[in-house]
Design a protein around this ligand. Structure first.
Ligand code: CFM
Ligand code: HCA
Length: 542
């Protein structure tokens, strides 16, 4: 334990805010909230990070190329930009894939980039991009190629969409080639990249193939699951056991044809709402596929999600099958949990990750008796924190019930089924509000818990100094800084070298890994800088 007496969680904001220049402090204060699940407070989120503050966030290119498109195995993803952008987004996320046959294309292990040089910045990079596409076609003969813009591309004005069109024509439209205007600077974080990726998936792939491959009674999509550390493999197995056919996952262990057939499913389950809600909405408004929110992180959460799906279909046989699978899997889960509880029960955690895991992983920690005392997203929006109480998927004004105000999102030519007043009413009846109602992170955290958006490194240091949690969860930028302070850090992005953590089997892995991390005695040997020596605090001059 730290040498400092534990401070009151409520005082944290005052303590850190007063150390910032006044204007910065005023801004940060709106993003540091003491929770109240009964009267959900407002939080400032999804705004530009204040220059000078060290943020955990990534860029728009990362959200588009790495996050949403990265896990699909048979699209060649070309990074148009300097080599660093391609290099640093090359498999560090640990998204996995498993082709069904040896002959099937799998480009996941490759890093494709135009490797822009100074001369391309000065004279333009479009020719180099065309050449890169030609090389990719010659070497790999892919079905599809995505071109991802990095910051310089937007700054010099290369038109990736036009190049994509020209190159498609060069190959007689036999290869689907499309561009993404996902320059890193475009948004305030990864979040803008998700949106750009969602739109292009919709425009270029979803709905292209009406083939229905399986014969299962229930056919679903899983949205917002990226097969980090093999999570999708575990979930695929569970659905199979339950007799549910998975049409498409966006985008863990996915292929082009999964996306092209996604519109033939009966229901979409949305796991990471932040990164894929736009596709969920478009599938609903264009193809009439409703969506429900689920969480497969945590054994209890997984059981709840499966029951939610079974309840949606109102099928006794499916309900019974789901109960059978839950009972079968839970036996091992309970045994594993009992075995580690003495090591984990009563400990505390802090979670600062992305746009959904800081919420979803709290379920796994609570199964271990570990309380999350502070949490926040890097780039979540207000709805990810505060939740929504109206059904967002059916765009009806909750008060006026004015269904004329529906905003149809896309290119009307592509609509299989133009959304009508009758269709909306039918959908509303079909989906009980309960299925789609979801709370954000705040509804599930205790009163008084700290919720901080876009946590800065200074604030992170302070959190650890003041509260010394038993485990801190974040990413690679935080890992070793935190561990040098004597607190174990579990990466909840790429799971360090662990996982899978989703579903029942994943929960068991997580219990064991966390128990090991919080019970090793090495952390006691490490002294944080302020425990070793006098800390000289710098004063801001402004
Ligand atoms: Fe969704 Fe993700 Fe996350 Fe995310 Fe990410 Fe990720 Fe994440 Mo890293 S899509 S928001 S942009 S769950 S890459 S698999 S771990 S920050 S919490
Ligand atoms: C990204 C990917 C990332 C980074 C993780 C980290 C991931 O945002 O570009 O900062 O450790 O999950 O790999 O979120």
């Amino acid at each position: 334990m730290g040498t400092k007496k534990k401070a009151d969680l409520e005082k944290f904001r005052d303590e850190v805010v007063e150390k910032y220049p006044k204007k910065v402090g005023r801004k940060r204060a709106k993003a540091i909230i003491n929770n109240d699940p009964d009267t959900i407070p407002q939080i400032q989120a999804n705004i530009r990070t204040i220059p000078g503050i060290i943020t955990q966030r990534g860029c728009t290119y990362a959200g588009c190329k790495g996050v949403v498109l990265g896990p699909t195995r048979d699209i060649i993803n070309i990074t148009h930009g300097p080599i660093g952008c391609g290099y640093y987004s090359w498999l560090t996320r640990r998204n996995q894939t498993k082709p069904e046959t040896e002959a099937e294309a799998n480009f996941i292990s490759y890093c494709f980039s135009t490797d822009m040089q100074d001369s391309n910045i000065v004279f333009g990079g479009e020719d180099k991009l065309k050449q890169a596409i030609r090389e990719a076609v010659e070497l790999f003969n892919p079905k599809a190629i995505g071109v991802f813009s990095t910051c310089p591309v937007g700054l010099i004005g290369d038109d990736v969409h036009n190049v994509a069109k020209q190159m498609m024509a060069e190959y007689d439209n036999k290869i689907n080639i499309f561009g993404f205007s996902c320059e890193g600077y475009r948004g305030v974080s990864q979040s803008a990249g998700h949106h750009i990726a969602n739109n292009q998936l919709y425009k270029h792939l979803i709905g292209n193939d009406d083939t229905v491959n399986g014969a299962a009674k229930y056919r679903i999509n899983l949205l917002g699951e990226y097969n980090i550390g093999g999570d999708s493999f575990v979930l695929e197995e569970i659905f199979k056991k339950c007799g549910i056919e998975l049409v498409a996952t966006f985008s863990g262990n996915s292929t082009i044809s999964h996306f092209e057939q996604a519109h033939t499913a009966d229901l979409s389950m949305v796991m990471c709402h932040r990164s894929i809600n736009y596709v969920a909405e478009m599938l609903e408004t264009s193809f009439g596929i409703p969506w429900i929110k689920v969480n497969f992180i945590g054994a209890d959460a997984t059981a709840k999600a499966l029951r939610k799906v079974a309840a949606y279909f109102e099928d006794e046989e499916l309900k019974a099958k789901v109960e059978e699978v839950i009972a079968e899997e839970m036996a091992a889960v309970d045994m594993a949990r009992e075995a580690v509880l003495p090591k984990t029960n009563g400990k505390t955690s802090m979670l600062f990750v992305g746009g959904s895991r800081a919420h979803h992983y709290q379920e796994l920690f609570s199964e271990l008796g570990i309380k999350t005392i502070a949490a926040g997203y890097e780039f979540g929006h207000r709805d990810d924190y505060e939740g929504r109480r109206v059904l967002p998927s059916i765009q009806v004004d909750a008060d006026t019930r004015n269904i004329e105000e529906i905003t149809v999102t896309k290119d009307e030519k592509r609509f299989k089924e133009r959304i009508t007043k009758e269709k909306i009413e039918e959908l509303e009846k079909a989906i009980d509000l309960e299925y789609n109602e979801y709370g954000g992170l705040m509804a599930d955290m205790e009163k008084g818990a700290l919720i901080i958006d876009d946590l800065s490194h200074y604030e992170m240091d302070k959190l650890i100094e003041l509260y010394h949690p038993d485990i801190f969860c974040a990413g690679i930028k935080e890992k070793y800084v935190v561990q040098k302070m004597g607190v174990p850090l579990k990466q909840l992005h790429n799971y360090d070298s662990g996982g899978p953590y989703a579903g029942f089997k994943g929960a068991i892995n997580f219990y064991n890994d966390i128990a090991m991390m919080v019970s090793t005695s090495i952390w006691k040997e490490l002294k944080a800088p302020w425990e070793r020596e006098e800390v000289i605090e710098a004063a801001y001059v402004y």
